[in-house]
Design a protein around this ligand. Structure first.
Ligand code: BGC
Length: 350
């Protein structure tokens, strides 16, 4: 069942709507037209008690503040960082917004911080659409992205991204939800168990920009190939970690053939809630909210969007694949041909 309600308005009076998909078990996801985002996601614990497992806000305007971390929003056209805010594609140079340091982060945020159209709803799905004209934020091609969210009766949230453009171009969409399976946003995510099916990560420099090298995870504080608590080693010094920030890194998933496979498993043992991430993309950014402020007071029902209160698991092509397409696994958009990628968040309780 899909129900539409008014979420609120942005400072410029733009109306933002909510679409709630409720499944036969009573679990539900609430999506918002701003950034085609996930605003809430209520799934059961081992006793069947529903709780909201994503961080976020009660006021749509809060989602447009980049310092609040893109809570639940879709990121496009190209997620993560682009070194020097420029890249060459098919022998042509493109310049993208320099919205952080000397680089681009999340393409400047336009896909996340503007309202999307709702193209279609069904019993268990909502499809959002956004058109991006040629050269918007420096990216080539008249470009349309659709994001279809399906919430199944067995508590799978499936996100299908489709892109259609009138020339060959680039796309790297993701969703930036921060999960806290305790349902209590005051609880740090450090007590969650995490497994990531990766042996390698993308090495970064002091600005967290991809160098092009891949590092071995084995024996490092970044290794999650065996499930353990996020907090266990988060503050151990390591070359790819900024002191005090903790995990904000791309893992190279074992699969590289663009088929849907398990990427990660997040568990909150106290409630029994478990989330498996499946994707057909080769990378996943683990970000534990280390750049979020320690003392925000904003958040749903006065809950807290704060430092280390949620884990974002952003499925993606490796960051800055635009500069390393000779060695990183990446696919581009072909003119007139649908480009598709899918990620699933599968919830259960144990
Ligand atoms: C980045 C973080 C950033 C966050 C919110 C993540 O994808 O890796 O560094 O703070 O997005 O913008």
């Amino acid at each position: 069942m899909v129900e539409k309600t008014l979420f609120g308005t942005l400072a410029d009076s733009t109306q933002i709507d909510l679409y709630r998909i409720t499944n036969k078990r009573g679990a539900f996801v609430t999506l918002q037209t701003l950034g085609a985002g996930i605003q809430s996601l209520y799934v059961p614990d081992r006793n069947g008690v529903l709780a909201d497992v994503v961080l976020g806000f009660d006021n749509p305007q809060d989602y447009t503040n980049p310092d609040y971390g893109y809570q639940g929003l879709v990121v496009g056209r190209w997620a993560n960082r682009i070194r020097d805010a420029k890249f060459t594609f098919n022998a042509k140079e493109y310049s993208t917004p320099m919205n952080q340091g000397q680089w681009t982060l999340h393409s400047g945020g336009r896909f996340s911080f503007t309202p999307w159209e709702v193209e279609q709803t069904g019993d268990d799905f909502v499809t959002f659409k956004r058109f991006s004209p040629d050269m918007e934020d420096g990216f080539g091609g008249n470009f349309t992205m659709w994001v279809k969210y399906t919430f199944t009766d067995d508590n799978i949230l499936r996100i299908e991204y489709t892109v259609l453009a009138d020339e060959d171009t680039v796309a790297n969409p993701t969703n930036h939800a921060y999960f806290n399976l305790s349902g209590n946003p005051e609880e740090t995510v450090e007590g969650h168990y995490l497994k990531i099916n990766a042996d390698l990560f993308t090495e970064t420099d002091d600005d967290q920009l991809t160098t092009g090298e891949l590092g071995e995870l084995k024996g490092t504080m970044m290794d999650f190939s065996v499930s353990h608590k996020i907090g266990e080693k988060i503050d151990e010094p390591f070359r790819a970690i900024i002191d005090g920030i903790g995990y904000d890194n791309n893992y190279c998933l074992r699969q590289k053939d663009f088929t849907l496979q398990q990427a990660a498993v997040l568990e909150h043992k106290e409630s029994g809630r478990k989330m498996e991430v499946y994707t057909d993309l080769p990378g996943i950014q683990l970000y534990c909210g280390g750049w979020l402020s320690k003392d925000y007071t904003a958040g749903k029902e006065n809950g807290a969007v704060k430092y280390r209160r949620g884990a974002a698991l952003e499925t993606q092509f490796y960051p800055d694949s635009l500069h390393h397409s000779d060695k990183f696994p990446v696919k581009f958009v072909k003119a007139g041909e649908p480009f598709k990628t899918v990620t699933e968040f599968r919830f259960s309780a144990e």
